[in-house]
Structure formats: C-alpha cells, structure tokens
Design a protein around this ligand. Structure first.
Ligand SMILES: [Zn+2]
Length: 286
C-alpha cells in the first residue's frame, strides 16, 4: 500500500469518527476500500460480537475498526494492544498532552477561510461530530488543510498548565496529501454559543444516529476572537492514534452555556477524554 493510499484510509477513518457504531448507509465509502469489501463489512456488522471484531481479517485492512471505549478492558490503557492497527497508541508522540514549558517561537498567524458548511451531525458513540462540506480551509506552514469535521470532548483532552476545561472542540483538517492539522479550542462556561445552539437543535441522542443539517452550521463560531495559539506535534486522540498530526491549540477559550455543555455530556453518558499522554522530547511552541 502506498503512503498516499494509507493516508486516504486514515482520512476515511477520520470522517467516520474512527468508530464502528456509525451505521449510516452509503455516505462514507472509505477511500481505498472496494465496494465488495464494504458490503462484506456491512453484512458482517449485523452479527458481530466484539470478540469476532478482534479477530476480523477486515480489521487489518481498515475495513472494520476494532471496538474501543473510554473505560474498562477496551479503555485507553489498552488501546495500543487491542489491534495491530492501533499500535501507534503506544507511541511517543501521542495526544492529548498537558501544554506547559512553552518555548517562544515566531508562530505565524493561521489563515482561516471558513464558510458555513456543517452538513450533518452524528453520534458515533464516542463523540458528537459535525461533518463539513468541502471548501473551508486553513493555511499552516504554507500548506492548505481542508476542514473535514469538528467534534467535542468533555472534559477537555488537552490541558494548559495543568488546567482542564469543561469541554474542548477539535476542528480536524486534512491536506490533499492526507496530512492532518487539528485546531483545539477550549470551552468555558458562560454565554451561549450560537453555533452550538444551531447544531444541538439536531443532536442525535442515540449512538449510531445522524441528522442532516439543512441550514449549514458555521465552524467560525467556534473560534475565539483572538487567534494566538500553542503548537506541538501529536496524534489522533482516538484509535488508531495515528501520529504526525499538527496540533494548534487556541490560547483563548470560547464560552458555551451550562445547559449547552450539559446537553453534550448527557448525550455522551460518559466522559470522552483520553488521559494526558507523556510529552517525552516534544517542545510546545507559543
Ligand atoms: Zn478529538
């Protein structure tokens, strides 16, 4: 498999929320997976048990993700050992981290070109995710990264100087080569957030459900007014925990009302933050 094909599957996983509980039909054909494999995966899905998933041949080809969770035997401490595909979860450049010991750097402003484009909201059992229409982008290091989706964690996954926040937004972008850049935005309790008001009015209460957003949701409403940020190298915070992700965490938090935060935590039923990972030799730039 070529590097690009591999990255294609990675982006496919990201669109799916890297999860096996989403059973929407048709709209998520993963790049690099044939129709036949896809339909095999679907028919297998009906009778699957987690044990079967574990041994599934399809798993090693990205056809069917091995089940994982935020606690117990399939919890974060075991992710790296649940599947060969999740081996990166045991790596040394993992996210989230406690952002601290900042190194002064001349970080260039991130160029944002966001249009209202949230087209679908889904509950994949691990998070609430809004999939985004093509055309919104950021430019970092002279590279264009396209906004694919955004989703939420409560409490926050990253910490800043040891401080955790009630919620964190992850805006996931991919370059045309399949490289990833994630913007993290901390959420504190305060004024209601209009983007959330719009999205939450269609929030699917049940894992596996999704709803179309007929009026596109604007991701720009999830960015703080001041766009100063911290930067470090990290990974996806959910299996397969792929590394080589550019992490850009906004210094300024946004607000959401108590009710908006509670709407999310109620639908999730459990905290969905991976524990802090060791930083090892990585610098955090500011
Ligand atoms: Zn995330």
């Amino acid at each position: 498999m070529t590097g690009i094909a591999k990255q294609g599957i990675l982006v496919g996983l990201i669109l799916l929320g890297a999860c096996s509980t989403y059973t929407g039909k048709g709209s998520y054909t993963q790049p690099g997976i044939s129709k036949r494999e896809e339909s095999m995966t679907r028919s297998r899905k009906k009778m699957d048990t987690p044990e079967k998933d574990h041994q599934s041949h399809a798993a090693s080809h990205g056809g069917k993700a091995v089940h994982w969770s935020y606690s117990g035997e399939e919890g974060p401490a075991h992710w790296g050992d649940l599947s060969e595909d999740y081996a990166a979860c045991n790596g040394k450049n993992q996210s989230p981290i406690n952002l601290t010991g900042f190194i002064e750097a001349d970080l260039k402003p991130i160029e944002f070109t966001y249009h209202a484009g949230g087209k679908e909201i889904l509950n994949n059992g691990h998070t609430i995710q809004i999939n985004y229409k093509e055309g919104s982008r950021i430019v970092v290091d002279g590279i264009t990264f396209w906004l694919k989706q955004f989703h939420f964690h409560a409490p926050s996954e990253n910490q800043i100087d040891g401080q955790s926040y009630p919620m964190e937004v992850h805006l996931v972008h991919a370059s045309k080569e399949g490289h990833l850049a994630v913007i993290g935005v901390m959420v504190v309790e305060g004024a209601e957030n209009k983007t959330l008001t719009q999205a939450w009015s269609h929030i699917p209460a049940k894992a596996g459900n999704h709803h179309a957003l007929l009026v596109p949701v604007a991701a720009a409403g999830l960015l703080p007014a001041k766009r100063d940020y911290y930067r470090f190298n990290g990974s996806l915070t959910t299996p397969p925990c792929s590394e080589g992700v550019r992490w850009l965490v906004m210094k300024e938090p946004i607000t959401a009302s108590k009710k908006q935060i509670e709407t999310f935590t109620r639908v999730m039923h459990h905290p969905n933050n991976r524990p802090i990972q060791p930083t090892y030799a990585r610098p955090v730039l500011q």
